[in-house]
Design a binder for this molecule. Sequence first.
Ligand code: ATP
Length: 265
Amino acid sequence: MKGFDFDFDFIKITATDVVDIFLVAMLIYYVYSLIKNTLAVNLLLGMFMILIFWFMVDKLNMNMLSTIIKKFMDVGIIALIIIFQPEIRRFLLLIGKNTFLQKNKAWWGYLFGTKNIEVNNLIRIRPIIEACKSMKKSRTGALIVFVKYYDDQLFANSCETIDSRISKRLLESIFQKNSPLHDGAVVISENKIKSASCILPLTDNDTLPPQFGLRHRAGIGISENTDAVAVIVSEETGEIAYAKQGRVRMNVSFGELEKLLNKDF
Ligand SMILES: Nc1ncnc2c1ncn2[C@@H]1O[C@H](COP(=O)(O)OP(=O)(O)OP(=O)(O)O)[C@@H](O)[C@H]1O
């Protein structure tokens, strides 16, 4: 290891330090990209202010105040886990999704057959794209959520179970204005339309444009809290929006939609 060491007398940087700094920089970048534009930024700023205040109080030897803040900080890690639960969950999902095996699709192709995956994707995605095209034309509002792992608990309360093959006509009839199931979201998972009429958690992101109503807020909300992506067809404009990890892409073309779903679903 000696060959990698730089000794500037006052500062000694080893190869391990360089790797350490690199990893911390990556960690900060990942955390930043996860919490950007969310309420978590304000929470983090609040905690940072408390830390600075604590540091000052400690330096000024204000023992009582310092002890109170210290007691608060002692349980801080548990509070942090509770407050940042959605972000921690998303962070772990992000790491899982970016691991070597997941990223290197060639390995998946080799192990499970790329052709099959592509063919399956087309079978799943085409009817959805066709349904979106027709709903855009007829200005039918729709919210379709794609989840990798269907969480019964998350969808148990409000949803109507469908458990059917994905079909254009079924999607159209669910969202048709007179259908009893048209309110709420359709959830697609494991190659099936799992449920309809689902009430989803709304995002509390206050930086979203004011024209975003409940449908968009519900689509963004579910993508914030889980690994789900959501396709939203606006009833007002017919515009297609795509929500992922709490962020929304507006005015998505059908070509783009196909690519996005192929990648994420
Ligand atoms: N929590 C929820 N979960 C799922 N769907 C919801 C939820 N709240 C509202 N919706 C759906 O959104 C519809 C109302 O949409 P709203 O007009 O507020 O949305 P919007 O984002 O402005 O979209 P649009 O452009 O289609 O009007 C409801 O009829 C219902 O189907």
